[in-house]
Ligand binder design. Sequence first.
Ligand code: ADP
Length: 834
Amino acid sequence: MKIFPSRTELCLVPLRDMVIFPNMVVPFFVGRKKSIRAVQEAMGKGKLLFLATQKHNNEEEPGEEDIYPIGTVARILQMLKLPDGTIRLLVEGNERANIVRYLESQAYFKVQVRTIEENPNIAADVSALTRTVVNEFNRYNALYKKIPKEILAGIEKVDSPHKLVNMIGSNIPIKVEKKIELLSQVDIRQRLENLATALAMETQVLEIEQKITSKVRKRIQKTQKEYFLQEQLKEIHKELGSDKDDPTGVKDLEKKLKAKNLPDDVHQKCDKELKRLARMQPISPESAVLRTYLEWIVDLPWTESTQEIRDIEYARRILDEDHYDLKKVKERVLDFIAVRLLNRDQAKGPILCFVGPPGTGKTSLGKSVARALGRNFVRISLGGVRDEAEIRGHRKTYVGALPGKILQSMRKAQSRNPVFLLDEVDKMSSDFRGDPASALLEVLDPEQNSTFMDHYLEVQYDLSRVMFITTANSVHNIPYPLRDRMEIIHIPGYSELEKLKIAQAFLIPKQIEANGLSWAKISFQEAAIRKIIQNYTMESGVRNLERQIATVLRKIARQAVKKGLPAAPPPADAISTEPESPQAVPRETEETETRQKSPEGDHGQGQTEPAEKKPAKPAKRFSITVTPKRISEYLGNESYQEKMLDPTAKPGLVYGLAWTELGGRLLPVEVALLEGKGELILTGSLGEVMKESAQTALSFLRANADELKIPPDFSKERDIHIHVPEGSIPKDGPSAGITISAALLSALRNRAVQKGFAMTGEITLTGRLLPIGGIKEKVLAAHRNRMTDVLIPEMNRKDIEELPREVRTTMNFHLAETILEALLILFPQKSKSR
Ligand code: ADP
């Protein structure tokens, strides 16, 4: 619908940076004087205005040539004068028109225009183009998302292609030149194509823009995430106290490894592992495993060693200083050391092995050897080790894997030449997990141990400079291949006198020191020590003795502290200046029990003084003498007195002697004769060999009934029951043969053997008495148990020489070559003492 003639005169307002299309309602401000005048003029002339865009945005006073010759005839819908003189206009575009000529340019612009005819064209290609434009617009709108809903609704309802171009063209942010082009084109096909192209291009630009935006956003997010994680990591390291510049610890490890002077192959391996570690996430479990591994390598002594003392006299002094007596043992140890010192580089000699009951000083001898040679000392216990991996470690792929006991101790030793004590080699066992003994063999074999392989370490470690010493309670249980390599030194146990001397010279001073009592004056009466030995311990070694002495000293320490005395000696001048307080410092006489005052009246017994040095200025000190009475107070009930066996034998009860890993012990054998059919009953956990001994004894007695003056058919109508008490303890070995024979005879004759007799010896059917082992331990056990006489096979005569003097001189030894000879001694007409 045409509302004004095609050629008409209208006032013109030049627009900056905007193009107004027909059918659009647009608000804008008018500020330039010329334009305000034009608007005012138009208001009086039917409110029609011609709106054309100026070519250059920044032109304040555009001339005719500065304005595009195309524009839109618009109706002023609203005019608002603002206080600053500018006008706000709301206009509606009606028709496009070309400027034919300018009628006025001075006061304001007035132009004659010719409207552009818009024929409604509904040709098929136009419809197709229209649809293309709509599609393009939808794609565009999906990305742009800024076109108001009302406009979108209007576009949907639009009925003519020109209107469509006008509406879309005026609402998309394309360049002014493009808009002018759209506005000026007459042919609808051209207009639609032009718009479609513009839309497609805009969509593409938007797509690219979005892609870039999302990439940028992602990058920002990633950097933010990394930043965030880095910050977190820093905090974690701060919390853990680790170095933030070296979170993996690689630099630190590298420095330490460099300082280590490692063998070439180890060095190469470490370099490789360090590189791997550097590539790992510092908080990953793998890196922790690798770090631990490298730390192990750093901590092991590869080249560090202590300066060896090569002085055999010094070694002798040290051994004497640390141990009482043990002359033979010390001699053999010194021989061994001498050979080691001569053969330093090969160290191919045998391995020392101390064998003996617990508490006989095996471990402490090992320590002394280390001290004597100026080497460090480490010790592992092999008791109960049954898995090869305990010696050799687990591969580091196992969770929580570690090197084996050998290398763990080498780390503790901190030098490659320590004295390494392998305790209880006889207590190893083996099962399906591999034989620890064979791994140990490799450790001990000088041919192999320079290239010892631990599963965890994966590189060879040189153990050839280590001095291995082993200990065992019994030789029999040491795996044969190991025993073969060892030089066995027996330490058989101590007599009471030896124990007394050890206590006086070593254990008491050591425990006084250990219990913080060096400042006090403590002496043990000899009778008190003997009381501990006899009534509170029953052992071959001195371990329990030491323990009991420690208990006594703890009680004394408590007493001392109760008196308010310092645990350490006060400085000499502090004592002299302080006023004397009777409570704080008890008078010497109060706590001292002199020998004369002793209620037990052990006159004539010596006193033991601790060997510690006296301070230069003797202050009043806590002092105490330990008497047998005090021992009862401190240690309570006597553990062994009641258990002590009565040395008086009864008919059918005879004392034998047995050897055990814990030392010798008295072995009572009981025989009872019962009504029956000649059965032999054996009880008390007897082993096969012992059962056979019983049968041999019985057969021998039957065969020699006449000579022994017993009825020859004694076993026909009677059952014979042989019992060895402490039934739950397994017993075995042939050495009870003579004891069983004596017990049988004693029962048959209903006569006790001589009082105070203990015996040992293997018997044969033909009546010989064969030698047995462990004489020293057995005789010491008899002595401990107050036996006065010992009967042993003649062939063990030489062993008597080995016994301590006090035992030799206080006991009677009876030697017999045959069973008959022995039985004659035990059931005498006259005794035969040698
Ligand atoms: P083992 O290893 O044989 O079981 P230890 O070496 O542990 O025994 O000895 C136990 C305690 O007895 C240690 O304190 C040790 O010093 C001491 N001891 C053992 N024998 C003697 C000895 N002949 N002289 C001095 N002290 C000894």
